[in-house]
Structures are given as C-alpha cells and as structure tokens.
Design a protein around this ligand. Sequence first.
Ligand code: SF4
Length: 395
Amino acid sequence: MAVNTECAESQETRVLPLLSPRTRAKHDLSKRNDNIPLFYAEMSGEELDRRITAAREALGERVLILGHHYQRDEIIKYADYRGDSFKLAQLAAARPQADYILFCGVHFMAESADVLSGAHQKVILPNPAAGCSMADMANIAEVEECWQMLEEQLGADAGIIPVTYMNSAANLKAFCGRNGGIVCTSSNAPAVIDWAFKQGKRVLFFPDEHLGRNTGLKYGIPEEQMMVWNPKDPMASDDAEEEVERAKIILWKGHCSTHMRFSVEQIEQARATYPDIKILVHPECRHEVVAAADLYGSTEYIIDQIEKAPTGSKWGVATEINLVHRLAQEHPDQFIFCLDPIVCPCSTMYRIHPAYLAWVLEALLDGEVINQVSVDADTAHWARIALERMLALAK
Ligand code: SF4
C-alpha cells in the first residue's frame, strides 16, 4: 500500500510552534517559557546539530536526554534512551548522577519523571507547548465533580476505584493516590483493572475511553455494564441514572486524536491488498479496530512483536507514524507500514524541535534552567502513591 499523502504538519520542517500571546499570558506566573530567541528558530539544521552536540559534550553525565518513541528522528538521534512514557520516567529515576533530565515527550511525561526522580534532579520539557490532547481532556475540577456526583447517587458504599491512565496530569494521579486508586499504562491496564475490582465494586477510568473499554471487555465486563461519562454534560441521556447504577466501569469521554484516525476499513483494505498481512494496533484505537486486528498492545508490545518477527513478515500497524517509520527503517527485511494513508504525527509531540533542544542545553551551560516542569510536593506525594500501587503489581 503506497503511503503518498501527508498531512500539512508532517511536511513542516522549520516552523516552531509557539504559544499564542493569550496562552503565554495565562502561564506568566509559572516557570513556562516559550519565548525562544528568534536566532534559534532561524538556525540551519547543521548549526543546531553542531550546537546541541557541543553542549551535550560539555554537560557530560549531568544531562540525560530522554526521547519518546513518537518523537521525530531529528530528536531521537540525540536521546540517551528511548521508550514509552513510563519506561522513560523510570530511567530518569535510575540515573541520579544526571542533574538535568531533558524529556523529549509531552507535559504529563515530564511531570511523571519529576515525581519519580530525585529531589536534586530538574526535569526540562524543551518546548512547554508540547502537551497531550488526550491528557487535557480530563482536568481535576471535572474529575472531582464527577466523583461527587457518583458518590451522591451511589452512596457511601459505592466502592468506586479511580484509575488514571499514565497519560494524565500529575494532579489526576494524585487524586487517585488520595482516593484509593491507581495509575495504569497500556501494558498493564488488564492487571490494574483486576486489582481495582479486588479493592472495590466499580472503576472510574480516565481520561481514555477507548483504552478503558478495550481493557474492560478483555477483562470480561460486557459493554452494557460500561457507561461513558461526558464531563461537559454527564446526565444528558434520559436513563443516565440507571446507567450509573448498573455501570461497573465508568469511562471518561476522552481519546487520542492520533489513534482515532484508524478504522476497520483501513484494515480491510490492507488485508485485500496483502492477504498475508498481520494487523497490529494500539489499545487507544476504537474497539472495533482492536477487535478486527490480529494483535494489539502497547507501544513496547508493538515494538517487541516486530523485533521478534521472522524475515519477510508483513505488518499493517495502527500507531503514531514516527514510530512506524522508524520500525520500517530498522527492519528492512520486513514490510511495515502505517494503516492510516494520511500520514500525520502526534501533533503535540511534534512541538519538540531541535531548536528548543539547542536553546535549553545552551542555557544550562550558562547556568540557567529554562522550561523546568516541577510538581508541588503534596501533589507529587499522592501521585507517587498511585504510581507505587501500580509498580507493586509487577512484583
Ligand atoms: S499520541 Fe495521543 S495520547 Fe500520545 S501524546 Fe500524542 S495525543 Fe497524547
């Protein structure tokens, strides 16, 4: 299947996404800073490469660069480690000699690294505008309102266990820590749901409706016992109260725009073109896509399946394009392509540009920490409790 159409954003090579003046004003009191000096934005790729390499050498082991799998190659080539969000946060914690952790990912990942790393370590997100649209679909005020409404309707013994996906703000992880809940990743979501039902009777799962549904169905909860909670209008349907009463899993209405691009039609077309193809998808995709696939699992699972596949294997993959392209390059003996013909990267990950890397590294050489992501002590304490509950499951 020829991949010949590209979305506008993936053609962008030099444009540096900046916060709008309004958004910038909103963050004036935080440590966020997106006023990248113009000369960095105007530098050639060669000049940026020279300056990044020189700054890294000068900083030595004091700086650790982490690159999420969804980052573009121009960033990944500088990463000391690449991985998914959780693996990278753990790696940050395992390198105490690094005073500065440059997290080339998105905001919630940098927060998790700050929660898990040492007090002396400073976590930097090179471009503070690199958020995650899914993580932004749940905020603490809406989750607390939902919690209160559910408790009012279901009573004190409702037995609701809050479960948040790793892709969420630190204050939502802290909410789970405070309320007997837990964090999950796309790898361990089934084990986390199992744990949650041993602690209580219901699960409130946020912010990804699709990971929650896919995991619930895998666990054996029928669709009728799952309801979708729309924070903008939670009681819109006529039988909303009955839905709440019978729901074993309450799914927050949130999604990943990147993984929502995949469809059953794309899978059918790939199979029609290549009858021996294997379809491998991420659980943030809609359930019908997951159900139609041969295999599904987390980013690390997808990588693992391809790494151990024999020469000549053919894969249609439903996940972020930078990762799929890299897998194709690293496994030229296999045929690997992205199921979405309109090739589009995760637009928020894409905001990390080499110019930001050069800027924050050179600032460190001058003793200045730019774009630090710092979680306050109380939030970090409770978020760590929710993360540690998850880690205990792996032991
Ligand atoms: S791929 Fe989706 S979930 Fe992952 S960072 Fe991008 S928007 Fe967020």
